[in-house]
Design a protein around this ligand. Structure first.
Ligand code: SF4
Ligand code: SF4
Length: 379
């Protein structure tokens, strides 16, 4: 991790917090901080990704602006996090995409949709494209199976590879070893924290989502979006299984597993993304790193569009609008997979890695006991 102004500001804040320690029960960041006396750039990369931006410490802090110390951990860590996304991105020549992320995501989405629509119109007879299609294989009469699999499957595999390489880069830089990734108890603890978003509990009553009062809205909206996304993914896997192993070709009836999973998942994603967008609009802007907001909005809107076009396709699949909606949905899914490794979505990977590192620090092997991890934790 490079030394930057944001990293230096995070170090200054951590030095003050480490002397103060008032917020030590708020989240995982403070216990992890207390294991260190000095903060190398890689330590700050780890701590910044461990921060879930609950904003509890900002409203509790006696040194927050207008105090001359000007401690604003949520905004400081958000800036460091954004730099870590660029630092660990793979392949390296594409790392610069993070700098104009909001614009890139919006452009990619618009291009993906336009390209899918133009290509579909070019390869398809208008009589087929705009007329209702029924029965098994209806979708493939609009967009051939091989083209769908090549576009969606290829972009998905690329996204998985790029995210896995980002994880590896983060893990190495923050001093992780490959053998640590297979330790059962820390893995279970980290998984629990990831799946429950425990660190969005703030000081106990939830996050400071919109201002000084506590609420659990952000945690709930995030859960709706995250589990909705997982259900949609499960729907795709189930449909692939039906197609390849049971010989049952899409579209499926409403009361079938792929459609039910996709419907519940899609509704969850729409509710979660819509709620998170609303929270960003009404929140107190003081603890926010404003230049990063564009990227947040762009990704949330792209996820919302992915789910909304999927639901619309389900609702109108028996009509003449199905062809255009299918092309639109596929274009958005393609854009989503392509931009995921260079969007705010990577926070899930690095935050999970940071939670695993934290679980390992809480459960050290006797030989690794972290009496002082200062600076030595960097690689
Ligand atoms: S955020 Fe403020 S109150 Fe909390 S530990 Fe740091 S300096 Fe102390
Ligand atoms: S914003 Fe929340 S998660 Fe981040 S350091 Fe402060 S209390 Fe911890």
């Amino acid at each position: 991790m490079r030394e930057t102004e944001s990293v230096q500001e995070a170090r200054r804040a951590m030095d003050i917090c480490n002397a103060c320690r008032y917020c030590e029960g708020f989240c995982a960041v403070f216990p992890a901080m207390e294991l260190r006396r000095e903060f190398a750039a890689a330590d700050l990369s780890y701590l910044a990704n461990l921060c879930h931006n609950c904003r509890g410490c900002y409203y509790a802090c006696q040194y927050a602006p207008p105090h001359e110390f000007g401690i604003n951990l949520p905004a400081t860590f958000a800036r460091v996090r954004a730099e870590t996304y660029e630092e660990y991105a793979w392949p390296k020549p594409l790392a610069g995409l993070f700098r104009r992320n909001g614009t890139i995501v919006s452009l990619a989405a618009a291009l993906g949709m336009a390209l899918a629509l133009i290509l579909t119109a070019a390869i398809q007879d208008p009589a087929v494209l705009y007329s209702p299609q029924h029965g098994p294989g209806a979708f493939y009469r609009i967009i051939p199976w091989w083209l769908m699999v090549t576009l969606a499957g290829g972009s998905f595999l690329f996204a998985v590879l790029a995210l896995a390489m980002g994880f590896r880069n983060f893990w190495r830089d923050t001093g992780g070893r490959p053998d640590e990734l297979t330790r059962g108890r820390p893995l279970a603890l980290a998984l629990h924290d990831i799946l429950t978003l425990r660190n969005l509990g703030g000081g106990g009553g939830g996050c400071n989502d919109t201002g000084e009062h506590f609420s659990t809205l952000r945690r709930r909206f995030h859960h709706a979006m995250f589990y909705g996304f997982l259900l949609c993914f499960a729907a795709t896997v189930t449909a692939t299984f039906y197609d390849h192993f049971l010989g049952r070709v899409a579209p499926y009836p409403f009361l079938s597993l792929p459609v039910l999973l996709g419907t519940v998942g899609g509704i969850g994603m729409v509710a979660g993304c819509g709620g998170l967008i609303w929270l960003k609009v009404v929140q107190d802007q003081a603890p926010v790193a404003r230049r990063l907001l564009g990227a947040d909005y762009a990704l949330l809107v792209l996820l919302l569009l992915t789910a909304a076009t999927g639901l619309l396709l389900l609702a109108l699949r028996g009509t003449g609008a199905m062809g255009v909606l299918l092309a639109l949905h596929l274009g958005i899914v393609l854009s989503l997979f392509l931009v995921v490794p260079y969007s705010k979505m990577v926070h899930g990977v690095y935050r999970s890695a940071a939670l695993l590192r934290h679980a390992l620090e809480r459960n050290p092997k006797p030989a690794d006991h972290p009496t002082d991890r200062s600076a030595g934790s960097t690689a």
